[in-house]
Design a protein around this ligand. Structure first.
Ligand SMILES: [Zn+2]
Length: 323
């Protein structure tokens, strides 16, 4: 049994960790190297056995992760969806859609700011944090309050926000408990942290093994289960108010195309990166899956899997319990 570089579970601190999946690699953008996933016997958490230096992280996210050149002219806020579209598309897989009108909200990892516009249109006082410099252009143009850099509680007023949202962010954190603790610190007592993250104990994760799209090696360092996300919340002084499995149908469409286009280590994928040709033998299969998607196949898959508690995405509401 190989020993992980990080010998304790980053969520519960247990030393009972062992290999879970070995030899994972960046099957989207071609970052070189192989990585091992470890699992904690105590809380079920899985984590990537990788410790990056600041320079390596800079290189990883600047040269490999596609920070697409987003056009300011095409910027649009997320729109409000009607009840039927919200239900059909499982729109509440994204936690910004759980935030009510007229509250104070901080969006951690706000990307290109589409949710900031959504909250503002609904009468919220909205702040954002983002490490990607592209957000500066949006914030400057539309006058959003955005901190560019990593999220630290010290950069924000304490005991202030009604809601803090972390949409597909916590799995990228080297220290997820500290991230949640910082989120709790800027929340008013009784406020809510909303988290969405891949469900690494889903049916697809177990069935597909290394070919599951959401290992997303080496960008996803933390692979949560229901139990381990709850354990992380507890360690950060938060209480689980509710947990749901809600998965975007599009994730399943992406999964099928990911399977069809999975490259060798060190090679960028034709599906996840632009400007690379698809393997010629796969174009018919790709057409087939696109047809299935248009017929609503992936909507059916996500409804069934989610209702069995086996879908690919976890959504959790966490409450700050003490002052
Ligand atoms: Zn653990």
């Amino acid at each position: 049994m190989s020993e992980p570089r990080r010998s304790r579970c980053p969520v519960c601190g247990s030393a009972g960790v062992g290999p879970s999946l070995t030899g994972l690699y960046d099957d989207r953008y071609g970052y070189p190297g192989r990585f091992d996933l470890f699992a904690c016997a105590a809380c079920g958490h899985q984590f990537l056995d990788a410790v990056f230096s600041a320079e390596e992280l800079q290189q990883l996210y600047t040269n490999f992760y596609p920070r697409a050149e987003r056009q300011l002219e095409q910027w649009q806020p997320h729109r409000e969806l009607g009840a039927i579209r919200l239900w059909l598309g499982r729109g509440r897989n994204a936690v910004f859609r759980w935030v009510p009108r007229g509250v104070k909200v901080l969006d951690v990892g706000c990307g290109f700011g589409e949710s900031l516009g959504y909250h503002r249109a609904r009468g919220c006082e909205v702040w954002g944090v983002e490490t990607d410099e592209n957000i500066r252009r949006v914030a400057g143009r539309f006058d959003f309050k955005v901190h560019v850099g990593v999220f630290r509680a010290a950069d924000f007023p304490r005991d202030y926000f009604d809601f803090v949202t972390l949409d597909q962010v916590i799995e990228h954190a080297a220290d997820p408990v500290t991230l949640l603790r910082d989120a709790a610190a800027v929340l008013r007592p009784g406020g809510t942290v909303l988290v969405s993250t891949p469900n690494a104990r889903s049916l697809m994760a177990r069935a597909l093994g290394p070919r599951w799209a959401h290992w997303h090696t080496p960008y996803h360092l933390q692979l949560f289960s229901r139990q381990s996300l709850a354990a992380a919340a507890q360690a950060a002084g938060l209480r689980v108010r509710w947990c749901r499995i809600l998965t975007s149908p599009q994730w399943y469409h992406f999964q099928w195309l990911h399977l069809l286009s999975r490259p060798a280590p060190g090679v960028p994928s034709a599906f996840w990166t632009t400007g690379r040709a698809w393997p010629r033998t796969r174009w018919l299969a790709r057409k087939f899956f696109s047809g299935l998607n248009r017929l609503g196949f992936n909507h059916a898959v996500s409804f069934v899997f989610d209702h069995l508690g086996q879908g690919d995405n976890l959504v959790m509401a966490l409450e700050r319990t003490h002052g």
